[in-house]
Design a protein around this ligand. Structure first.
Ligand code: PLP
Length: 380
C-alpha cells in the first residue's frame, strides 16, 4: 500500500519558536485573565488590521471562533428569537452559535461561483422574510466584501457579522461597522492551537465581548456598574497566556507560512489543470492569502463517488467539507427555517475536499491529481 496522504497537517510553530514567549510567561507569572501576552497579541493584530481600515480598529481575543461568534451575537443584544441568516454551506459552529444564543437560524443559499452568502442573496431573502441579522461566512478563507455588507446593513437595519474563521490575511475590516470573527485553531494559518479573536471598529462592542468572555464581570470603571459585579450573563472564553504564546510565534512566521501555503495552492492548481483540464472547478473570487484547504467541484455526484473510492484505495484522504449542509443534519436541530438553497444543494452534490498542507511534495500532488483524473474518466 502506498504512503498515506493525510487530509491536513497543521503547520504550528515548534518548541524553539514558542520558547521565548514561554520564558516571558515564567517571568510574568501571569497565566490567564488578559495577561501581557494576550494584550501584546491584541496590539499586534490591531496594527495589522489598522493598515486596511480608515477608522480605529479594536481586537478582542477569545478562546475559540465558536465562542467569538456566540459572544458577538450576545453583544449585539438582539431580541430573543431573532431570525439570523446563515449560509447552508458552512461549519456547524456558525449554526450552533445562533441557536445557543437563543435565536432562529434562517438557512440561505450561496453564490454558485464564489460559494459565499452575498448581500444580494440576503436582499432577496429580505423581500420575503423578516430577518434581524446575518452571519456572512468567508467560506474556505475567501473574503467577504465588508463595504457591500456595510451598505446592506445601513439600508436594511439588519445586523451583519462575518465569520472569517479561516480567513486571516485575506479578510480585512475595511468597513469597520461589521464585526469579524477569526479562528486560531490548529488547522488555521495563524494558529494558537485553539483560540480566536473578534475585530471591529466599535469599541463598546469589543469591550462588551471582553466582559462576556470573563463571565460578564464588569471591570470597566466608566460603565456605571460596580466593579466585580456581573451586568451581563457571560461565560469563560478567555484566551490563556500559553495560547497567546503560540499565536505570537505563529504571527512571527506568518508571512513565510502564508507564502508557502500560496505556492502550494498554485502548484496544486497547475497539476490539476495539467491532468484534468477544465473538468475540475475551483471556488472563484479573490485568491486567499494563506489557503488551508482545497475543495473542488467535479461535475456530478457519480464522479465524486468514483474519486472518493479511488482515493480511499490509494490511501489518499478526502473530506466533503461542510457537509451535510446545515439543514440536512438531524431533525432534532431546532429551531431552524430554510430559505431556497438551490445552488448550495447543487454544489453539495459534487464538491470534494482534497488533502492540503504545506508538507505535500511533487509526488503527492501527482498522486492526488492522477486519482482525480482517473475518477473523472469513469464517466466515459
Ligand atoms: C466557518 C467556521 N466557523 C467557525 C469555526 C469554528 O472555529 P473554532 O474551532 O475556532 O471554534 C470554523 C472552524 O473551522 C469554521 O470553519
Amino acid at each position: 500500500m502506498s504512503q498515506p496522504i493525510p487530509l491536513l497537517i497543521p503547520d504550528i510553530p515548534n518548541q524553539a519558536a514558542i520558547q521565548p514567549y514561554l520564558l516571558q510567561i515564567d517571568a510574568n507569572r501571569h497565566y490567564s485573565n488578559f495577561g501581557p501576552l494576550v494584550k501584546s497579541l491584541e496590539t499586534r493584530l490591531t496594527a495589522s488590521f489598522q493598515q486596511h481600515a480608515a477608522n480605529p480598529i479594536h481586537v478582542t481575543t477569545v478562546s475559540s471562533a465558536t465562542l467569538g461568534l456566540e459572544l458577538t451575537l450576545s453583544a449585539l443584544n438582539l431580541p430573543k428569537g431573532s431570525r439570523i441568516l446563515v449560509p447552508a454551506l458552512t461549519f456547524v459552529a456558525t449554526l450552533t452559535a445562533i441557536i445557543r444564543t437563543g435565536h432562529i437560524p434562517v438557512i440561505s443559499d450561496i453564490d454558485e461561483d464564489s460559494w459565499l452568502l452575498t448581500p444580494e442573496i440576503a436582499q432577496t431573502v429580505l423581500k420575503e422574510k423578516k430577518i434581524q441579522a446575518a452571519i456572512a461566512v468567508a467560506t474556505f478563507g475567501h473574503p467577504q466584501d465588508t463595504l457591500s455588507w456595510s451598505k446592506f446593513q445601513k439600508a436594511s437595519g439588519v445586523k451583519v457579522i462575518i465569520d472569517a474563521a479561516s480567513a486571516f490575511g485575506s479578510q480585512w475590516a475595511t468597513a469597520t461597522d461589521i464585526p469579524i470573527v477569526f479562528s486560531m485553531h490548529a488547522t488555521k494559518s495563524l494558529t494558537a492551537g485553539e483560540g480566536g479573536f473578534v475585530v471591529s471598529g466599535n469599541a463598546k462592542l469589543n469591550n462588551l465581548i471582553r466582559q462576556l468572555s470573563n463571565f460578564g464581570i464588569n471591570l470597566d470603571t466608566h460603565s456605571g456598574h460596580p466593579i466585580g459585579y456581573i451586568s451581563h450573563i457571560g461565560t469563560n472564553a478567555k484566551l490563556s497566556e500559553y495560547h497567546a504564546a503560540v499565536a505570537h510565534a505563529s504571527l512571527d512566521t506568518w508571512e513565510y507560512v502564508a507564502k508557502k501555503r500560496t505556492e502550494m495552492f498554485h502548484q496544486y492548481q497547475h497539476k490539476l489543470k495539467e491532468l484534468c483540464g477544465n473538468a475540475v472547478i475551483l471556488q472563484s473570487g479573490q485568491p486567499t492569502s494563506a489557503p488551508t484547504t482545497l475543495s473542488i467541484r467535479v461535475g456530478s455526484s457519480q464522479v465524486r463517488n468514483a474519486i472518493e473510492a479511488i482515493c480511499a484505495q490509494r490511501n489518499i484522504a478526502t473530506r466533503r467539507w461542510y457537509q451535510p449542509l446545515l439543514h440536512h443534519h438531524s431533525a432534532r436541530i431546532k429551531p431552524m427555517e430554510v430559505f431556497s438553497c438551490t445552488f448550495a444543494e447543487r454544489i453539495a452534490t459534487d464538491m470534494l475536499g482534497l488533502p492540503f498542507s504545506t508538507f505535500l511534495g511533487d509526488e503527492d500532488l501527482n498522486r492526488i491529481a492522477t486519482a482525480v483524473k482517473d475518477g473523472l474518466e469513469t464517466q466515459f
